[in-house]
Design a protein around this ligand. Structure first.
Ligand code: AMP
Length: 447
């Protein structure tokens, strides 16, 4: 006999069970509704992509690519790899593709945009997605190895600041709709290829002057990615970072103008923001606009959304010159914040529990259950006969609004007894009255 073993979800990955899953569905459905009013449409993407897609777009020196990707060989489990080993050892080539579980989805959206022909999109492509992402991080509250994002991207020929502002407005309308509290929008511009690279050189020079005072991570980043030093949370580095040159003083005229126009556009739309010159974002592909939204109740992992412009990314991945902007919402964190604030929506649950008793009641119970379900009500019909008290006890535990009682009396008279569980109010009705009553109830309360 096989040895007994217990299986558990692997570290950093979790199950989302009812009733939480209903809150998740409501959250995602709300995003769809809001995004579609802004003319965005759903794109469904593969969860696996070639490793190279992420390495190229996100950047080799980022934490995501350098340390966090779930990457493996593209071959079925159990295939003999002796010939593969030979190829690696003798010729230094991998006999299989390397695949990665997506750590984010912008790269996939851009890949799909190019693959299906940019000319096939009328105007700008306005796309949204939702689904799981994977990063091998150290799990903690609000940080998981499988987490969920809802993102939106605009790809096309225009980089008008109105596009950035509309995306941000849409994001905040969605956050308001799902009752996220204490939202703060932080905004920055990190310039374009030209002005940013000059700024990065200046930053590197200044950082070299204070190198000895910085920690090991920041010291390494002076060489690899000086902008990331600005991201540092190390306490003793903070006063040093405050003295460094700021990108806002080094933007080229076009980037300065773009940023100024974006701020005007945001004001026009009543969007409040704080400027944060240190907001550079962890991924390499960003240009100009970057932003982040934080919410309450989350401790140190309080960013619920990150986004920005990525005007060079389509070209970097082999497509024609194209502008792009987008954001990704961390659903796990946003939902956690909504739960912590406690202002939860009234979500539809079980409407009716059918308490049938006696063999004669079973057939009418099946029939009425079918009719109630056809009318759109959520109905539970126990497959085993239960004693009356037990039946009502279970109805209560399942959160049913009503128990529909079908005993010998009801069967004999062709009626139903409907009992409202919260106040035990009960009425005897015939089938027509019952259907009419419950349907109007459902329309009224969306039960
Ligand atoms: P990024 O793709 O890194 O810009 O992240 C965008 C948003 O995704 C963040 O603001 C978080 O809300 C969320 N997020 C990123 N990594 C994780 C993670 N490991 N666990 C949970 N949420 C995450």
């Amino acid at each position: 006999m096989a040895e007994k073993r217990e299986f558990r979800a692997i570290k950093g990955m979790r199950d989302i069970l009812p009733p939480d899953s209903a809150l998740w569905n409501w959250f995602e459905e709300s995003a769809r509704e809001v995004f579609e009013t802004y003319g965005f449409r759903d794109i469904r993407l593969p969860i696996l992509e070639q490793t190279e897609l992420f390495a190229r777009s996100i950047g080799a020196d980022t934490d995501v690519v350098g340390k966090e990707m779930y990457t493996f060989a593209d071959r079925p489990y159990g295939v003999d790899d002796s010939s593969g080993r030979y190829l690696v050892e003798q010729r230094g080539v991998l006999p299989f593709d390397l695949l990665t579980l997506r750590p984010e989805a912008t790269a996939s959206v851009v890949r799909a945009y190019i693959e299906h022909g940019p000319h096939n999109w009328p105007g700008s492509a306005k796309l949204y997605y939702m689904g799981p992402m994977f990063r091998h991080e150290r799990p903690q509250k609000g940080r998981y190895r499988q987490f969920y994002q809802i993102g939106a991207e605009v790809l096309g020929q225009s980089d008008a600041p109105g596009i950035d502002a509309e995306a941000i407005e849409m994001l905040l309308v969605f956050f308001k709709r799902v009752r996220l509290k204490n939202i703060k929008l932080q905004l920055n511009s990190i310039g374009c290829k030209d002005c940013r690279s000059k700024y990065v050189e200046l930053l590197r020079e200044e950082l070299l002057k204070v190198k000895e005072q910085l920690g090991a991570d920041s010291q390494r980043r002076i060489e690899t990615n000086p902008l990331r030093v600005l991201d540092s949370k190390v306490p003793h580095e903070q006063p040093i970072i405050e003295t460094l040159p700021r990108i806002s003083d080094h933007l080229c005229a076009a980037c300065r103008e773009h940023f100024a126009a974006l701020k005007v556009e945001l004001k026009l739309r009543g969007v409040e923001y704080e400027e944060n010159w240190r907001l550079v974002r962890g991924l390499d592909y960003y240009t100009r606009t970057t932003f982040e939204v934080t919410a309450s109740g989350l401790g140190s992992q309080n960013a619920v959304c990150g986004g920005g412009r990525y005007d060079g990314l389509v070209e970097l991945l082999g497509g024609p010159p194209t502008k792009g902007i987008g954001f990704a919402i961390g659903s796990d964190r946003a939902i956690l914040s909504i739960q912590e604030a406690g202002d939860l929506p009234d979500l539809p649950g079980l409407a009716v529990f059918v308490a049938w008793m006696g063999p004669k009641a079973y057939v009418p119970a099946i029939q009425i259950t079918r009719k109630l379900r056809e009318a759109g009500l959520a109905v539970e019909l126990p497959a085993d006969e239960m004693k009356f008290k037990k039946s009502l006890g279970l109805a209560d535990k399942l959160g049913a609004k009503y128990a529909l009682i079908l005993g010998e009396d009801e069967v004999a008279s062709g009626t139903f007894t409907l009992k409202r569980l919260k106040d035990a109010d009960q009425k005897k009705m015939n089938e027509n009255d019952l259907l009419e009553y419950l349907e109007s109830e459902r329309r009224g309360s969306r039960a």
